[in-house]
Design a binder for this molecule. Structure first.
Ligand code: IMP
Length: 191
């Protein structure tokens, strides 16, 4: 059985991620607090490895804690940018991705989120995934990162055209955090 009050620290500098995670976890009575710890990132093609390594390296006094890593995997580009999404976004942004896919009809892509939870020696990993496609142009002003060019499922709307609640229903992060919330609910004695 797990024991802690209802607060979990989330090691990220991305306020959008905090809001999305809070949107899901508040349904489970859990409060997220942003914490600035250095996330030690190894270079790896596998998001799970990045999260596990970072969790092992995180300051042990700060518990319980969540680390999340996510990426956009584009089929036609053999999964690029994948684990390098953050770097690629900074360098070429949505416009750069649109350019790479110029004239391309096969626009399949997926977003993946790996959420790692750690308390004392216990580490758990949760995965969320959403398959969709890359739009032909940027659409919408909500969200962050590649939201304006990612269309989830078969609808004709990007993540950036959705409010937080709607994005959370579809998104990789929404799904991973829902899995964490359900696990916490069934594992914590004090619930
Ligand atoms: P990281 O998880 O902080 O390593 O960042 C992954 C990168 O993928 C972000 O900087 C974004 O560019 C992109 N990304 C991850 N999740 C999302 C999302 O929900 N919407 C849009 N872009 C995302």
């Amino acid at each position: 059985m797990l024991h802690f009050d209802n607060k979990i620290f989330f090691a990220t500098n991305n306020i959008n991620k905090i809001q999305e995670a809070q949107g899901i976890l508040s349904n489970f009575g859990i409060v997220i607090e942003k914490i600035d710890v250095k996330k030690v990132e190894i270079q790896s093609d596998v998001l799970e490895e990045i999260v596990l390594y970072a969790l092992k390296k995180v300051n042990k006094r700060i518990i319980p804690i969540i680390i999340e890593d996510s990426g956009l995997f584009i089929e036609k580009l053999n999964g690029f940018p994948g684990p390098y999404s953050s770097y690629v976004y900074k360098k070429i942004g949505c416009d750069g991705i649109l350019k790479l896919l110029e004239g391309e009809k096969e626009r399949g892509a997926k977003f993946v989120s790996i959420v790692g939870f750690k308390k004392d020696k216990l580490i758990k990993i949760f995965k969320g995934e959403i398959v969709g496609k890359i739009a032909y142009k940027k659409m919408g002003r909500h969200g962050f990162g590649f939201d304006p060019i990612f269309i989830p499922g078969n609808i004709e709307k990007t993540f950036a055209q959705m409010n937080l609640e709607e994005k959370n229903l579809w998104s990789h992060r929404g799904r991973a955090f829902k899995a964490l919330g359900e696990w916490l609910q069934s594992s914590i004695k004090n619930f």
